[in-house]
Design a protein around this ligand. Structure first.
Ligand SMILES: [Ca+2]
Ligand SMILES: [Ca+2]
Ligand SMILES: [Ca+2]
Ligand SMILES: [Ca+2]
Length: 326
């Protein structure tokens, strides 16, 4: 009995250990994926994922793909999408997909990637040397594009579907001379194409050209993405102040000025002997509400609202003595 219990216990301990390990691994994976943000994506679904990277298709042979390659094709019965239920395919044509220009403001370590499959609709065809998929990008808002990566096949007619794990990663060089990558067939097929963008890039526009020349040749792409690491927002700090005067322009000292910031916090200060006041190191990008109070003075405009974008030293108040009313 004792031995049995000990075995049961050690078995349980091993299971707990495994669960802890799995949770740890999952947390690690998660923390990695959080460091990257999808800035824009086109998944070709009927209801596209957001933020949506819009595109236009021109040329020949292109269409939205759904369902599977024929069971007599190669790879047999392969999904015509990497995820969801739709991709984009080109059969016997040259299709140019031009995506919307995307700002990279607020992001660093930017890159673009997409999923790719190359299939034969019958059992004998595939990607040969005349067929290719070219990724071009523009970093100047679409004025000039540079061909950066070109995936091609061989005389052996290569085929692979979206279960392939081969990947191509290139770094942008801007010379319009694409890095040539010959895919293999099967699991090592180049199914993920990645292009790292230079740190100087402030925007990116993607253009993908799918080219083949036989009614049994099929390229499919899915999940065209622009990614980056969000840069923590560091708002500028500026001074905000002004002067409190009487109706004759003379400074009112010891007036109490209260500034309510964008978080609803109240900060107060008193004017100096000449009526000036100043709040230092206030974050821009917030709306501030200023109130003033001073003994023996009333104010025609005791509250002022300032939308802070830069240093402001003219939040002024003019008071009048109560006597003026009589
Ligand atoms: Ca899809
Ligand atoms: Ca072929
Ligand atoms: Ca190049
Ligand atoms: Ca061909």
């Amino acid at each position: 009995m004792r031995d049995f219990n000990q075995n049961a216990f050690s078995g349980l301990a091993a299971k707990i250990g495994m669960v802890v390990l799995l949770v740890f691994c999952f947390a690690l994976l998660n923390s990695n994926s959080y460091s990257q943000t999808i800035i824009a994506i086109q998944d070709f679904e009927a209801t596209p994922a957001t933020p949506t990277l819009a595109f236009t298709a021109t040329g020949t042979g292109g269409s939205i793909s759904t369902g599977q390659n024929p069971s007599t094709g190669n790879p047999a019965s392969a999904n015509l999408f990497a995820s969801g239920e739709r991709g984009f395919q080109t059969i016997n044509g040259t299709t140019v997909l031009t995506f919307a220009n995307q700002s990279l403001a607020g992001f660093t370590n930017n890159f673009v990637d997409f999923r790719l499959a190359g299939m034969s609709i019958n059992s004998t065809n595939g990607i040969d040397t005349l067929d290719n998929v070219t990724l071009a990008v523009s970093l100047d808002g679409g004025a000039t594009f540079s061909n950066e990566v070109r995936i091609s096949g061989s005389t052996a007619n290569r085929t692979f579907d979206f279960t392939a794990t081969g990947a191509s990663t290139t770094t942008f060089d801007g010379d319009n001379n694409p890095t040539l990558v010959m895919t293999t067939s099967g699991m090592a097929g180049i199914s993920t194409v990645t292009l790292n963008l230079p740190s100087t890039a402030t925007q990116v526009q993607i253009r993908i050209t799918l080219l083949n020349n036989d009614a049994n040749e099929r390229f499919v792409i899915d999940n065209v993405r622009i990614l980056g690491t969000a840069v923590p927002r560091t708002a500028a700090l500026v001074n905000v102040g002004g002067r409190v005067t009487d109706s004759k322009g003379r400074g009112v000292s010891k007036a109490l000025v209260t500034m309510t910031d964008g978080n609803g916090n109240r900060h107060s200060t008193n004017t100096d002997s000449l009526g000036y006041y100043l709040f230092e190191e206030v974050e821009v990008g917030q709306t501030l509400i200023f109130d003033v109070q001073a003994k023996r003075y009333n104010f025609t405009q005791p509250t002022q609202v300032v939308s802070l974008t830069e240093e402001v030293i003219t939040v002024n108040f003019t008071g009048y003595t109560s006597k003026r009313l009589f």
